[in-house]
Design a protein. Structure first.
Length: 226
DNA sequence: GCGACAG
DNA sequence: ATCTTGTCGC
């Protein structure tokens, strides 16, 4: 994996177009024993990022391990290029994990991206690991509001192409946006997230990863694995 | 040119 | 993304 810090936006766009050719979103039978959640936390106006991955048993969703990494980024946040900011630290956190999950849920989009290479798909291709994207806001595409009950969903469309699902993870609450990352199909991604629902809007892997990295950033947890 | 815009 | 208490609605 090359260094992203000095890439210009046009260069980053070229790399995305090249990496997207390697994305595989064919449906498959997934036997999941461990599922991971990945997220990043940072202080406003700071280039220090606190990345973390939490591993949960599946389908019980009980924490069994984690990895925390502090890193510096020069790449700014630009919508559509989030991966260039967060993926390097997440890959390092992944590398240090002793128990690798069978699939990783990343905070952000999978192929529901202008060039079909959101952070979850980007991470998946760079590591060769199955991944799913679950975002709190839409980046690109259109959808009709799904029903108001847990489990209700509707496709996110980019023209005639389906790029994800608007999924009601909690009744009468704003939906989350699910899309395949790498080595996971469209239906697979929805089934995976559906099985990660707890008491809150945000699916457990992502929610617990967010909680983890925030404690790390505040100094309540040390860098390392556990 | 205008609006939209993950974290 | 982060800073934050109360408050409204189911």
């Amino acid at each position: 994996m090359e260094n992203y810090d000095t890439l210009s936006i046009p260069e980053a766009t070229l790399l995305q177009n090249k990496l997207r050719e390697r994305v595989d979103t064919s449906e498959r039978e997934l036997s999941i024993q461990w599922i991971g959640g990945a997220d990043v936390s940072l202080n406003l106006y700071s280039t220090t990022i606190y990345a973390g991955i939490i591993v949960l048993s599946f389908p019980a969703l009980q924490p069994v391990g984690w990895s925390l990494v502090r890193a510096e980024t020069r790449f700014p946040y630009v919508p559509g290029y989030l991966a260039f900011r967060e993926v390097p630290a997440l890959v390092e956190a992944w590398r240090r994990l002793t128990l690798k999950p069978d699939v990783l849920v990343v905070d952000g989009h999978g192929i529901a991206h202008p060039r079909r290479l959101g952070i979850a798909a980007h991470f998946g291709v760079e590591t060769g690991q199955p991944s799913v994207g679950c975002a709190k806001k839409l980046l690109t595409g259109n959808y009709h509001e799904p029903g108001l009950l847990v489990g209700d969903h509707s496709p996110i469309m980019a023209g005639v192409e389906q790029i994800g699902y608007a999924f009601r993870s909690k009744s009468k609450t704003a939906p989350v946006f699910v899309s395949p990352g790498h080595l996971v199909g469209m239906e697979n991604s929805l089934q995976i997230i559906r099985q990660c629902i707890g008491k809150y809007r945000i699916p457990e892997p992502t929610r617990l990863a967010h909680e983890l990295v925030n404690r790390f950033r505040r100094g309540e947890l040390p860098e390392g694995v556990g």
